[in-house]
Design a protein around this ligand. Sequence first.
Ligand code: FE2
Length: 379
Amino acid sequence: MNPIQLFDPDSCTYTYVLFDEASREALIIDPVDVQLERDLTVLREHDLRLRWVLETHAHADHITSALWLAEHTGALTAAPAACGIVTVHRPLQHGDEVTFGSQRVRALATPGHTAGSMSYFWERATSQGVQRHVFTGDTLLIDGCGRTDFQSGDAAALYRSITEVLFALPDDTVVWPGHDYRGRTHSTIGHEKAHNARVAGRTLDEFVALMNGLNLSRPRRMDEAVPANLHGGIRHDADGAALDAPQPADGYAGDVPPAVAWDWVQQGRAVLVDVRTDAEREWVGYVPGAVPLAWKQWPGMQPNPGFDDGVRSLLRGDGRPLLMLCRSGARSIAAARRATELGATAYNVLEGFEGDLDEHGQRGRRGGWRYRGLPWRQN
Ligand code: FE2
């Protein structure tokens, strides 16, 4: 089966894995945090290499595993630009295409459930002819549609998205919804046009009146889920601090997983400092925006006499915490300790550029900055 449809029973969320049969490159839509192991197993069992993690919108009813999946597989994340997800690697506009192997999906702006919501259209040539699929998130559900009473929802916009964008697709297009609460798996555009109880036969005004009169209860996980989903699935407390950062460490401020480190950098809350040698930056690559400040240097990996002055000059800046990043997480601990002695709030980025510790502190999975879908570049 391609797409592979997966279900999270707690939130009734459907997650989809689409793949290119020849190259085994894959894309996943709307993954759920508690299903991370399942999704990694599905990818492994089907021998798939995940290229993209897509979101249809910033969900209110479950937390995405987007960044965790990216970190485990080296995939990049993509989401509608208008959703404001700050950790996203590739913000999407209407009409953008995301490719995996020889396949491509097209982003369709379908606002209404949220202002940023998108659907993804996949036209796939097979030996039986062209198959068309659309992944509608919470815009169009089977015999229903997403709610529009919170999170920038807009019933009139949803009506237009369904009737003018989705219903403009060929009738035989298979509709794969973001949820179903009654065990139904898929539908077609033709069927929804004729039978969808919310939309079929209703005018814009009738639809808006219906949606505004639904009086639904608030999603139970909304306050937790939306802020986490705006950060790729990383949970934050009420003060905006990432909750997945481990405990303070001996002699420096603490150990920070790469995803959290990158989150802090993007929010401007910390400065990323690359303490590898100049030669490593040249050979292996670097994280854009990281301040180069070697802890040791070739030849012979001698201590860098300029390290202390480099830290002092960073401290004279705005005093933001420093995130020390090296190859394996050894030099970065030493550098964080020294920077702490010099008066900095300094963290060690766990396992550095190439480590294999996962976000839950377990070894044995390929991790590391360069593999985790976090940005790095080669010269
Ligand atoms: Fe939703």
